[in-house]
Ligand binder design. Structure first.
Ligand code: ADP
Length: 247
């Protein structure tokens, strides 16, 4: 491949379930600093694409190169270690632990943090926790039990638990579902900041939010790319209008 400068380069990727191609010969590239939103009707293959990237689903054929490393043969854990973070819709935070403890247990192992859960933090770890807590707007809630946070704050905490691992690619599935207007706005700013220095891939249905955050949009339909580019252009694309409004 000649596309070696991309953070993520997906080429000819296909996955079949009993002969049904949920993702059909997909070619998709993602740059550093790029916030890319994947949209498309239900069943288009959006979740499957994210599942393929994070190794939850194995491809039938094709390649997924991340920082020039082939991911298709790696385990989910190896893909996390390679620098891919994925946030699912349902938060997987520890409700009984504080915000700080949630961030601390998510800090990559092997850097001297383990065993210090309730005790003194390593200065580096503590600085990182504070940096991430500030980024996710929870610096004043470090000692709050995670279960007591608002719905939006819980989502941010989970994003923080991924950020503390310094992923080069962060994938988020409907990050603002169920959020208040204010939380949506704050999440838009958060995602914008997060995309600095890394790549962000988002699945989102709320078009107003997509227009607000996306650097680029890709429309999936029946496992294939229907349109890709600026939101302005994609919205005007007759094929896209037909899929969203036509019958
Ligand atoms: P989207 O996220 O765009 O709504 P999905 O990626 O969840 O779409 O699904 C794409 C298609 O693939 C759907 O028709 C779905 O039923 C099918 N599919 C997804 N995962 C599996 C699976 N593990 N086994 C069989 N079919 C699947």
């Amino acid at each position: 491949s000649t596309n070696t400068d991309f953070t993520l380069a997906i080429e000819d990727l296909t996955v079949s379930f009993d002969g049904f191609k949920a993702v059909d010969n997909l070619n998709f590239y993602l740059d550093r600093n790029e916030l890319h939103v994947v949209i498309g009707p239900n069943g288009a293959g959006k979740t499957t694409v994210l599942d393929l990237i994070c190794g939850k689903t194995k491809s039938t054929s094709g390649s997924i190169k991340f920082l020039n490393k082939e991911l298709t043969n790696l385990s989910e854990h190896e893909i996390v270690l390679a620098g891919v973070g994925r946030k699912f819709q349902t938060p997987s935070i520890y409700e009984n632990l504080s915000v700080m403890e949630n961030l601390e247990i998510s800090y990559p192992k092997g850097r001297g943090v383990f065993g210090s859960l309730m005790f003194k933090h390593d200065a580096v770890v503590r600085d990182k926790i504070l940096e991430v807590a500030t980024q996710i707007m929870l610096e004043k809630a470090l000692h709050t039990e995670a279960g007591l946070l608002s719905h939006g704050q819980k989502q941010w905490l989970e994003i923080g638990m991924l950020l503390i691992q310094d992923p080069q690619l962060l994938m988020l599935d409907e990050p603002v579902a169920g959020m208040s207007v204010k939380e949506r706005e704050q999440t838009a700013e958060l995602l914008n900041k997060i995309s600095e220095g890394r790549s962000v891939l988002v699945i989102e249905h709320d078009m107003e939010f997509v227009a607000r955050i996306a650097h680029k949009v890709t429309v999936l339909h029946q496992g294939k790319i229907l349109a890709s580019g600026d939101m302005k252009d994609v919205q005007k694309d007759p094929k896209v209008i037909e899929v969203y409004l036509g019958h």
